[in-house]
Design a protein. Sequence first.
Lengths: 336, 470
Amino acid sequence: MMTFDIATIWAFIIAFAVFVYVVMDGFDLGLGILFPLFPAKADRDVIMNSVAPVWDGNETWLVLGGGGMMAAFPLAYAVLMPALYTPVIAMLIGLIFRGVAFEFRARTTQRESNRWDIAFAGGSWLATVAQGITLGAILQGIHVEGRHYAGGWWDWLTPFSILTGLALVVGYALLGATWLVLKTEGELRNKAYGLSWSLLFAMLGSIGAVSIATPFLHIQYAQRWFAWPNVILTAPVPLAVAAVTLLLLRSLARKQDNQPFFLSLVLFALSYAGLGISMYPYIVPQSITIWQAASPANSQIFMLFGVAVLVPLILGYTAWAYWVFRGKVRAGSGYH
Amino acid sequence: MFEGWDAVALARAQFAFTMSFHIVFPAFTIGLASYLAVLEALWLWSGREVFINLFNYWLKIFAVVFGMGVVSGIVMAYQFGTNWSAFSDKAGPVIGPLMAYEVLTAFFLEAGFLGVMLFGLKRVGHRLHFLATAMVAIGTLISAFWILSANSWMQTPAGYAFNAEGQFVAADWLKVIFNPSFPYRLVHMVLAAYLTTAMVVGAVGAFHLLRNQNLAGPRVMFSMAMWMATLVAPIQILAGDQHGLNTLEHQPVKIMAMEGHFESHKDGAPLILFGWPNESAGKVDYTVEVPKLGSLILKHSFDAPLAGLDTVPRENWPPVPITFWSFRIMAGMGFLILGLGLLSLLMRWRGKLYEFRLLHMFAVAMGPAGFVAVLAGWITTETGRQPFTVYGLLRTAESASPLAAPAVGSSLAAFIVVYFAVFATGAIYILRLMAQPPHQGEQGPERDVHARAAGITPTAGAVAAEGSAR
């Protein structure tokens, strides 16, 4: 049933790029989501500085996901983008506000800086809700005729897509809170622990709600998860979620600063794998498969050389950049 | 809102608007990244403090510009899908891989090393820091390589075939990448970016020299910028001429529009200096022209025949007035930059480079000249490609997404509001930074926040770790 032809390899590459984007920009969007809960300027400076050196690299994965999809699955890109027009534009606008806030708030007086704090938080919320809605809109299916999107420009808006939009806010906020546990100390870290507890339970609720709602969207989703013998392969996913949750609860209880963030990433990876199980082999659910959308083999092969050489290199120097800025970030004028 | 509007026209307006904002940032960062690498290299080599002060001074400006370039660039990457989905479907197999290579070879390189370049001087040591700066500079150039290759392929498509679905597919990737107009466009654009940066750096230097002629930082930056204008402006004019000849060979209709040649000339076409192209009448009104000079420039012979737009069906005409005028603005800016370079050379020779106030005022006025030239040049080449997205093969009207006008119009309105609010504010912050001269002991963009270099250490170890940190 699963053949490792070049289109499948590319489906995994795009899925990988989107996943790396989701977890990496996820935690820095999560910081923006949590920003209103940290009104003190000193705390906000620490929060911003914990990601200022890396946010740009995090966002580059979004460009790889989009650009890579145009290159490897142009038909899917051409159908999905007009279908998701409004949430995609909203996401871009949100990313503009939060992206410029990093430098702008450092270049301004106190009063103007407050304005860019609002832009950072508001932009992060907008981008996250829009991304979550995008996910829901893709899962619930898109009206395709021929090689075109054939629906209206509000088709994406349903109770299900709103649910996924809010679920992603919770998920990113959890990543943001556990990132703060990892990167800060003192009162700020204690507050982040408290938030991590509540957000973990909210995240579990969200995973549950989306998991329950998804099989009702299409009979194929239900069959994929519950029909025999698929269930042998799908059952471990929820079991693993339960196991990781227990580890996460334990690390929060024992205040092991460097564990909750990485366990939250695993929780995201499992949820993401669940989405992959639901969607495969469709790239536009229930209408376009990865093979129908694939660009000609010579385009995919041409790029595969680049990916094979460059992605390991990229992961290497990205890891180095994180390593340079490792450790806790502290407030106040330090030692030069 | 926007009922009854033309969705394709709105989509074109949106691309033109977002692209025009975006191109300003990379045009500046390509040049500035290279300038920063040169400044840091000079500092490491000579140890002179003025170079590190200038480096930190321009690094803060670079950080703001780069951030705006990133966020406006993400919009461009997604706009191919949102507003031009038919183009993405048909040309994606050829254009997509070029852009994917841009992301893989350039964007990640820039982003990966940017953090260390901006905030890491005190963490990684001088050599590694210089490596980071060099990587960011190289990344901007690699980015220019791929995106100009993609753009040039749309102008002069080569090495392609069609598949059963009607998509463009690559028959020969080398011919796709090194398509006929690419080398010319790459050279012309990279030189333009360098000159743009030189104009900004020169204007900032001149601005502070007008206030105080003895400041070391402004003297050095003004001198460096004027060398760039003196040496590179003539090369750029030559490169532009060669690019024009290449365009005449591969996109003659664009040249007709740029030159305002509505009529064919059997024995030598004039060079129309100014005038108002009248498309409906098919002629240029109020012309100021030099007989036969057009043929001399384009064909290197006074009497060479030159075909006009009368040989081209009207539905294949680009918008002539825009192409005609934007070209003149670009060329005019180019010659003004050359003039500034030559004047500075004269004053340098007379030993009055830092004293001659008229030169400094001229340089301040020329601060935005590079941006104007770059924008006008891009408007010339992109408008001159119309009415096609892939020249001669795919019409713009057949490239757009199947969207109704209200969707495209609303997003255009949103982008206009957001771009003006955000990027105008950014411009104000940059001008504020530029209004200060570089100081002794100038600090970079790093904040007053320091992480311990001791790695992942629990809170209990905080005090000990503080002691062991640098």
